[in-house]
Design a protein around this ligand. Structure first.
Ligand code: GLU
Length: 323
């Protein structure tokens, strides 16, 4: 009798196990082919990262089978790197200077190094634009002292650029009233007089500035050549850049300033095949980038490694080595 009970229990166990296995097998058989989610970190909606990131998502969805890409609005460069580090995004648009600081663990990434990030490509110049309304009494960077200055959102590369440029002029945040605002917020602040000046690091023309300039004339403040030289000496990712007259309606003079570069990064552990296919799709569809923003014109395979501050991801490296 006891023996019978043992046999009975054992067979129940075996049946149970078999059923379990069968179930698992069925589930895996029924599963749709794996969709790879690619979350793309961009910037504020009034910048250039956001429309270009949206175009990149569209390119990936149309051209890389199995990818489900979406672009999201964020606080920009520094925030994007932190999201990538935490595994929350698989592709991010960031500034090349910020990428370098993160990879080396310096500046705003001191003691917070991000080593699990790899480069895909550099894209276009991001100009540091210091904007005031045309009738403002602010004529030089020194005049920013005591003023309400939008320095970019917390977590932006813009904010670091503002700090470094002011530093070269011997001005600290204590000497002014820094406002941590997105480009869109800075633009409306300028328009209604709540902000006296705004730093914007983005491809020119930038939507936020166009938006004000269409309604009321704006002026750009220049960075003098000797100050630009001192800045470049201390922070080598800057290069001199001119904002040509009429980049914005009513902007009458060329303005000398500096620029960094926008770039794409991925996590180190994203598989090489996916990164290769993504890079290839982006460069085969630069027309779509051009349609999203004028700066898309300059996004070419030939210029994609200029100013690359960190090691390339093997998937991107494979693509750029192909003839
Ligand atoms: N470069 C900017 C930043 O990281 C964002 C530019 C953009 O949104 O186009 O602060």
């Amino acid at each position: 009798m006891k023996k019978l009970l043992v046999i009975l229990l054992a067979s129940i166990l075996v049946i149970g196990l078999l059923a379990g296995c069968g179930g698992a097998q069925k589930a895996s058989e029924q599963k749709a082919p794996d969709k790879k989610f690619i979350n793309i970190a961009t910037g504020g909606t009034a910048g250039v990262y956001y429309p270009l990131g949206g175009a990149i998502a569209e390119i990936l969805n149309k051209n890389v089978p199995g990818i489900n890409a979406t672009a999201q609005s964020t606080g920009a460069s520094v925030a994007n790197i932190n999201m990538l580090k935490e595994g929350k995004v698989e592709l991010a648009m960031i500034q090349n200077d910020t990428a370098y600081y993160a990879f080396k663990g310096t500046e705003m990434f001191k003691d917070k190094q991000v080593a699990n990030m790899r480069g895909v490509a550099t894209l276009y110049n991001e100009t540091i634009q210091i904007i005031v309304m045309e009738d403002s009494s602010i004529k030089t960077i020194e005049d920013l002292k005591g003023k309400k200055v939008a320095v970019g959102s917390i977590g932006s590369g813009t904010e670091a650029n503002a700090r470094q440029i002011l530093e070269i002029y011997g001005i600290a945040y204590n000497d002014l009233k820094p406002q941590y605002l997105s480009f869109g917020e800075a633009a409306s602040g300028l328009k209604d007089g709540n902000v006296d000046a705004a730093f914007i690091t983005a491809g020119a023309p930038t939507a936020a500035i166009q938006d004000i300039a269409f309604q009321k004339k704006v002026r750009l403040i220049s960075i003098e050549a000797d100050k630009a030289d001192a800045l470049i000496k201390k922070y080598p990712f800057y290069a001199k850049q001119l904002v040509k007259a009429n980049t914005y309606p009513g902007q009458v003079a060329d303005t000398a300033t500096v620029a960094v570069k926008a770039m794409l990064v991925v996590p180190e552990n994203l598989d090489a095949d996916t990164v290769y296919k993504m890079t290839k799709a982006i460069y085969a569809n630069t027309d779509r980038l051009k349609a999203a923003h004028k700066l898309g014109e300059g996004i070419t395979k030939e210029s994609a490694l200029e100013g690359m501050p960190i090691p390339l991801h093997p998937g991107a490296d494979k693509f750029f080595k192909e003839k």
